[in-house]
Write a protein that binds this ligand. Structure first.
Ligand SMILES: NC(=O)c1ccc[n+]([C@@H]2O[C@H](COP(=O)([O-])OP(=O)(O)OC[C@H]3O[C@@H](n4cnc5c(N)ncnc54)[C@H](O)[C@@H]3O)[C@@H](O)[C@H]2O)c1
Length: 266
């Protein structure tokens, strides 16, 4: 494919808004499909049909295989025949997402890290039928965004989340079994292993719902009980404690923090 001139981004949450920013800064015209909120500097739409002229469409919606497959099947109908359909999925099989379309050679994983404008890496995941042309177009576009590329085979969690999310899950087990406080777990890992954020702090940053979805994909996809999600992580998600984006996760933030402080003073 020639130079990418126009990109559609679906999902206006943490990842989608950052990916749209990257593309706009790289001089590419962007349509961002927003479910709830809007960004001033981009063309925003809540109508998928507006993406029909995009050269590349990047999906960054909820981490659910069924929801993504339904969307990809719609995109297959709407997007122009030459368009590439990319998923920012953290863990779900690109081959299975591609199977919902009639163009599996033009479907690829483009896994940005959070926050996309800051983090240097993009993990590119080729499904069973992804063509070299699709791979080269997406690689060139990611490099235009100023990113470093790594390539992964299409197995659950790819490279980064295959290693990272079990570590986060283990941090939850460490908290759940009373080994240490959340602060000591995070400080221990920050200062003891030279990571910029502790694993529980990072889980709040990623979103506990996203972490749990990825753990479930690893558990089912790799069929090993060592990947079972920690019950405390499950309970936090059930309670709506999704991390920074909700103001409460393992820790509390902003208004939620103020509310808790004032209720404890009553
Ligand atoms: N959070 C991270 O650190 C991170 C990192 C890399 C990849 N990802 C992946 O990116 C994707 C999005 O994650 P996020 O953290 O931005 O989540 P998020 O909850 O912040 O945002 C998801 C957005 O998608 C919208 N949405 C849901 N279903 C939709 C649909 N059918 N059509 C249009 N919009 C829809 C929601 O309204 C929300 O705005 C997931 O697949 C996730 O695994 C997340």
């Amino acid at each position: 494919m020639a130079d990418v001139k126009s990109v559609g981004v679906i999902g206006g949450g943490q990842m989608g808004s950052g990916i749209a920013q990257l593309a706009a800064v790289a001089g590419i015209s962007v349509w961002l499909e927003v479910a709830t909120n809007a960004l001033k500097n981009l063309k925003c739409t809540s109508n998928l049909e507006d993406l029909q002229s995009a050269d590349v469409i990047i999906e960054a919606i909820v981490e659910s295989e069924d929801v993504k497959k339904k969307l990809f099947s719609e995109l297959d109908r709407i997007a122009k025949p030459s368009a590439i359909l990319a998923s920012n999925t953290s863990s779900i099989s690109i081959t299975r997402i591609a199977s919902a379309t009639s163009r599996p050679c033009q479907v690829i994983g483009m896994h940005f890290m959070n926050p996309p404008p800051i983090m240097k890496l993009v993990e590119i995941v080729r499904g069973a039928d992804t063509s070299n042309e699709t791979f080269m177009t997406v690689k060139t576009m990611a490099e235009r965004f100023g990113k470093i590329i790594v390539c992964s085979q299409d197995y659950p969690g790819f490279i980064v989340n295959r290693i990272l999310i079990p570590m986060i899950n283990e941090a939850f087990f460490t908290l759940y079994t009373g080994v240490a406080t959340r602060e000591d777990i995070d400080t221990g890992m920050k200062l003891g292993t030279n990571q910029p954020m502790g694993p529980l702090e990072l889980a709040d940053f990623i979103g506990l719902d996203v972490c749990l979805s990825i753990m479930k994909v690893l558990h089912v996809g790799l069929g090993d009980s060592k990947y079972r999600p920690c019950p405390l992580l499950v309970q936090y998600v059930d309670a709506g404690r999704l991390g920074r984006k909700r103001g409460i996760g393992v820790y509390t933030y902003g208004k939620q923090q103020e509310l808790i402080k004032s209720s404890s003073r009553l």
